[in-house]
Design a binder for this molecule. Sequence first.
Ligand code: 0O2
Length: 213
Amino acid sequence: MGQWDRFLQPYKQAVDELKIKLKGIRAQFEKSNRTSPIEFVTGRVKPLASIYDKTLEKGLVFEPSDTLAHELQDIAGVRIMCQFVDDIPVVIDLLRQRNDLHIIEEKDYITNVKKSGYRSYHMIIEYPVGTIQGEKKILAEIQIRTLAMNFWASIEHSLNYKYKGLFPDEIKKRLQSAAEAAFMLDEEMSEIREEIREAQAYFTEYKEANNPE
Ligand code: 0O2
């Protein structure tokens, strides 16, 4: 196993464990016939190429080290998608109550929207991973966002990759109006939230009645 593989292994384990735990929250809501504030969960270990880019940006040495583990707080990243903006504080509270992770920092880019138009709630956590050398505490980033916020962020992220942040004016304008449209979509969906929830509950009951396990 190479140096990088060894360094990244606990991060991979943390992402896998966090995904299972967060998906478990969703399953518990479903089993108790309550609507889950979590729609779906994804996770990734930062690819080496992105770690390399970040070290250049931050003036760090590109080598597996404690400095890197301390400075790059999102080597392990988990994303929680919610249907409605109001689900986000529910998820935040669920995470604050847990004693299997320790929250180091919270960044609210929903109240404080980034200049790019980016909206999301970030938590930097310390998460203990059991290794054969004993417990290792690593940092991980949890991003909590609605489906609309996620749609905008993933499109902007791919365009950013292409244009390296230097968007042509036309694209910049389109992204700004798309960010406004995503915001409006969240607002509109919140307005008819109860109606949607009832329809979803009705649909779930219908599916269960027709496909009993
Ligand atoms: P990737 O490819 O998602 O890993 P940092 O830049 O991490 O050293 P900072 O600025 O405090 O420090 O981090 P921030 O802004 O709290 O969170 C960084 C991550 O949030 C990014 O990771 C993105 O995932 C997401 N993010 C932040 N701003 C934007 C934005 O304007 N557009 C999009 N699409 N995503 C954003 P990486 O490492 O940049 O990228």
